[in-house]
Design a binder for this molecule. Structure first.
Ligand code: NDP
Length: 239
């Protein structure tokens, strides 16, 4: 897929680690210019140097941060074609036991920030009459399991946003895609007492690069091809 995004500009949220970092590298390899963003500068620094990579440190839940991201991309690269709504957090626990502040954190990052980013970037894509928004949901945006229902609720919101935008943007050249990964080995579950791969008995979970490959495939389709939704699971994962 080398060169498939030549001349295009992408913004990837939550790009200092995991899936966002893998998407950033694959977009750069495909010729895109990328604005990478996250809260921690040292994580963004681990992306390494690249002539087509810039970073912006900040909290994507801040009300003006989506506007700042778009302005930074336009100032540095003169355009913006793709935004990947990837930043996310996950806490688990039964709905009546989970720390309510962890629920609020998930709502703020997984829903509020995703909606803010979509709101700003889609209006920009309208003005240039082209663009792609790629929302990273989860297989847990399509089903609920005990103890992950609050996280699921946030990803159901991302699914609803993606589906409503798909309908609202049908007559435009703006595409919206919702990606639904199964278990990927990243920092997301570092604070879990029992890692989900052990809880699920998964021998070979996905790697961030597996999701990045799918995202790149979606992002490099010709104008007339539209991929509204992709679920990506580890083989042998009977969900
Ligand atoms: P990581 O923890 O590696 O990445 C999440 C990123 O989001 C981090 O780089 C983090 O950076 C950033 N982030 C979190 N909160 C904020 C915030 N308030 N402002 C800005 N950035 C923030 O996990 P993943 O790569 O796994 O997660 C990426 C996405 O994939 C998430 O939306 C997650 O829900 C989804 N997903 C993951 C799956 C998995 O099994 N891993 C499965 C299905 C979906 P920093 O802390 O520096 O801000």
């Amino acid at each position: 897929m080398s060169g498939g995004l030549k001349g295009q500009v992408a913004v990837v949220t939550g790009s200092g680690s995991g899936i966002g970092a893998a998407i950033t590298h694959s977009f750069l390899d495909a010729g895109a210019s990328v604005l990478a963003t996250g809260r921690r500068a040292e994580k963004l620094g681990r992306l390494g140097e690249h002539q087509s990579l810039i970073t912006l440190v900040g909290d994507v839940t801040e009300p003006d941060f989506a506007d700042r991201l778009l302005s930074r991309a336009l100032d540095a690269f003169g355009r913006c074609d793709i935004v990947v709504n990837n930043a996310g957090v996950m806490w688990s626990g039964a709905a009546h036991e989970i720390d309510i502040e962890h629920v609020v954190a998930m709502v703020r990052v997984n829903i509020e920030a995703a909606f803010r980013v979509a709101h700003v970037f889609v209006r920009h894509f309208f003005t240039q009459n082209t663009g792609q928004i790629i929302n990273i949901s989860s297989v847990l945006g399509t089903k609920v399991r005990p103890n992950t229902g609050t996280y699921s609720a946030t990803k159901y919101a991302v699914e609803a946003l993606s589906e409503s935008m798909r309908l609202e943007l049908a007559d435009t050249n703006v595409k919206v895609t919702c990606i639904e990964p199964g278990l990927v080995i990243t920092d997301l579950h570092d604070h879990f007492a029992i890692h989900p791969k052990d809880a699920l008995g998964l021998k070979q979970p996905l790697q961030p690069e597996d999701i990045a490959n799918i995202v790149l495939t979606v992002a490099t389709q010709p104008d007339h091809v539209f991929v509204p939704k992709v679920m990506v699971l580890p083989k042998h994962n009977a969900i």
